[in-house]
Design a protein around this ligand. Structure first.
Ligand SMILES: NC(=O)c1ccc[n+]([C@@H]2O[C@H](COP(=O)([O-])OP(=O)(O)OC[C@H]3O[C@@H](n4cnc5c(N)ncnc54)[C@H](OP(=O)(O)O)[C@@H]3O)[C@@H](O)[C@H]2O)c1
Length: 299
């Protein structure tokens, strides 16, 4: 597969890290509920190897997926890592034995999280680490993140982290973090039916900062829309492919990390770069987001 078919390339600002815009999210590689090993570990390894063989060089992960399991599978599948592979991980949560997701935000928690990622991925330094704000589970919430970002900035100075990103944050939190350290990417919940970040995407695009939507296909509640299905049928594509293509068209700073444990779905997702959506199709897809969400039709 040529580079062009993976959505073109993007360079994280102020870095030499250049990735294909179609990447891969590894969360689905752990067991059910993002806990424990997958039913078929060999299949998980095969998905990762095929993604990288197809040209994917941006993998999103966290050591709290599994916990530890997802990173260990990435290491098993891909270590020693090919030159140019950018593994982006995140800190800010822990998984107690009840399988819940709890905040882990003290300096000690964050340092331990970096050490866990380095050990389980088999790395000396992490290319990009997102500080993931936990909040109440209903999207980003305002509140200072200066303390945690300062810890990440210190770890960057020590060379354990090369670059800092943010996840589940508001525009004000991005601005606050930028007073402490350069921010290279923001990873928030966004897809063609959930567009609360339209203004933030455009602002980050002006700054050259990557916007990496999590749940690009709806996550645990896959996208369902009659309009999407009709458009997809007309294009001879699947609804999920059109949802990903729409994100690629949304803004050049949007990077894809769709998650899948299936080789068939991986292949569908990697083929999305070949899908061109006309202005008329984009306008139809723009009607999917609920009316109360801000919609910016400028793709
Ligand atoms: N920062 C954060 O807080 C945060 C939160 C959630 C996720 N993430 C990251 O974002 C990545 C993407 O999110 P996600 O994996 O939760 O959700 P997603 O990409 O929106 O959707 C994944 C779901 O869609 C299915 N799927 C994937 N490709 C498909 C296709 N072509 N056709 C039909 N179904 C398909 C997957 O099932 P199959 O396995 O059966 O394909 C899985 O159930 C994660 O892997 C993770 O790295 C970050």
């Amino acid at each position: 597969m040529s580079e062009a078919t993976l959505g073109g390339r993007f360079t994280f600002p102020g870095t030499s890290l250049t990735v294909q815009r179609i990447g891969y999210g590894a969360m689905q590689l752990a067991g059910p509920g993002v806990w424990g090993p997958p039913a078929d570990p060999d299949a998980a390894v095969a998905v990762l190897r095929e993604a990288v063989a197809a040209g994917v060089n941006h993998i999103d992960t966290s050591d709290y997926y599994g916990p530890h399991v997802t990173n260990q599978i990435i290491r098993q599948a891909l270590h020693p890592y090919p030159a140019g592979l950018v593994i982006v991980t995140k800190l800010g949560a822990r998984r107690p034995p009840d399988k819940s997701w709890q905040p882990a935000v003290s300096a000690q928690d964050l340092i331990a999280g970096v050490e866990d990622n380095l050990r389980n991925l088999g790395l000396d330094a992490l290319d990009i680490v997102n500080y993931r704000v936990m909040g109440s589970g209903h999207g980003p919430e305002e509140g200072s993140i200066a303390e945690q970002v300062t810890v990440l900035a210190d770890l960057r100075r020590k060379g354990l982290i090369r670059n800092v990103g943010l996840s589940n944050v508001t525009a004000a939190q991005v601005a606050e973090a930028q007073t402490i350290v350069d921010v290279v990417c923001v990873q928030n919940n966004y897809n063609l039916a959930y567009r609360h970040d339209d203004a933030l995407i455009d602002d980050l695009a002006r700054q050259g900062i990557a916007y990496v939507p999590f749940f690009p296909l709806g996550g645990f509640t896959p996208l369902q829309s009659a309009t999407l299905s009709t458009v997809a049928a007309g294009l001879g594509a699947t609804p999920m492919q059109v949802a990903l293509a729409w994100l690629l068209h949304r803004s050049p700073n949007v990077l894809l990390i769709p998650g899948t444990s299936s080789l068939a779905h991986l292949r569908e997702n990697l083929a999305v770069g070949k899908l061109t959506l006309s202005p008329k199709t984009l306008a139809e897809l723009d009607t999917i987001a609920p009316a109360d969400a801000p919609v910016n039709a400028a793709h």
